[in-house]
Design a protein around this ligand. Sequence first.
Ligand SMILES: *Cc1c(COP(=O)(O)O)cnc(C)c1O
Length: 421
Amino acid sequence: MDHFLYKNGTLHAEDVPLTDIAAQVGTPFYVYSAATLTRHYHLFTEALSPLPHMVCFAIKSLSNVAVLKLLGDLGAGMDVVSGGEYRRARAAGVPGDRIVFSGVGKTREEMRLALTGGIRQFNVESEPELRALSEVATSLGLTAPITIRVNPDVDAKTHAKIATGKSENKFGIPIARAREVYAEAASLPGIEVIGVDVHIGSQLTDLAPFEAAYLKVADLTRQLRADGHNIRRLDLGGGLGIPYTRSNEAPPLPMDYGALIKRTVGDLGCEIEIEPGRLISGNAGLLVSSVIYVKNGEGRDFLILDAAMNDLVRPSMYDAHHDIVPVIEPAAATEAAVYDVVGPVCETGDTFAKARPVAPMAEGDLVAFRSAGAYGAVMASEYNTRPLVPEVLVKGDHFAVIRQRPSFDEILNRDTIPEWL
Ligand SMILES: *Cc1c(COP(=O)(O)O)cnc(C)c1O
């Protein structure tokens, strides 16, 4: 459930008509609903209760500092994958002991930043990383709490670009070698082994791969304890999928996911951590755009929007589907028109949807892409020198721009011409 509904014939974000935001901010823009973000966060805390747990929001899905502040104030932890994301979490007021650091390529500089700034744990993904972290922590006179990310060799049955738990993927340490690597970790100075980490992929629409992975983690936890490690925290990753269409998809609910966690690892007495991104942010955001032209082509009509692949790359990158709806609700009996929905960027890949039934549209009309909160704004670029798309947060009848659209002067001033040219 989200908070983007038609009221009096106009699509609203909570109590704010999208037409009001468009008039003030201009299009395209992203808009997020505070109530939806809050609700999604609570679905997870409820699903995991009464187990001791922390829900660490995967910042990479939506990293605006205002959104992080909203979730952080609710008690959320944060999962970061770069020094930049670490800085965002801290700028949002999230204390270091609620931040976990994931990712296969943490640099020594990033390790130093997190160790000195405070960190809940590093999820270590390789032996070279483990050794580097030991060196950095020792040189600072500090101890790095760690889990090791294990790769359970489970097929997440999701899009190839976002599956991470198969042995051929770059992520984690093969679970068969985990005991050996834990033994090395325990022997290294500056390292404190506290748990086990796993993350098998994104947009999973079936619980079976989670179950297979978590059962392997439970077995490993027992073995590691028998080997003498004090395993007290399990980080089970993110990846729960969301519905991208209103109609047929029905991905598992957080409550069922929570029950699965309790069934597979609940008896180990560990603190449970999860790292959901998309399920919290995905359906909490829309991308709103206006129609520049309706172009009648041969055998097809094009809806040319002022949003493009640089603003929302998921359709061209992952073949993703986003529902596209008119902001002004069509009259009940209106027959849909069929469009190829495209942006102005000079690439055929700049296509949001082919042969998509939408209400008949005209120049200047507003449309909204649903389910655009996750991996939307964060993946935007200025390709074609299109200003980075702004972001708006709505709460009740309030709205605020939480990231401004840059001016063309700001964009051009970032380039410099060398004096010898
Ligand atoms: C991407 C990622 C997540 C979040 O995945 P979602 O599908 O957005 O829930 C969590 N943990 C790690 C390590 C990730 O790489």
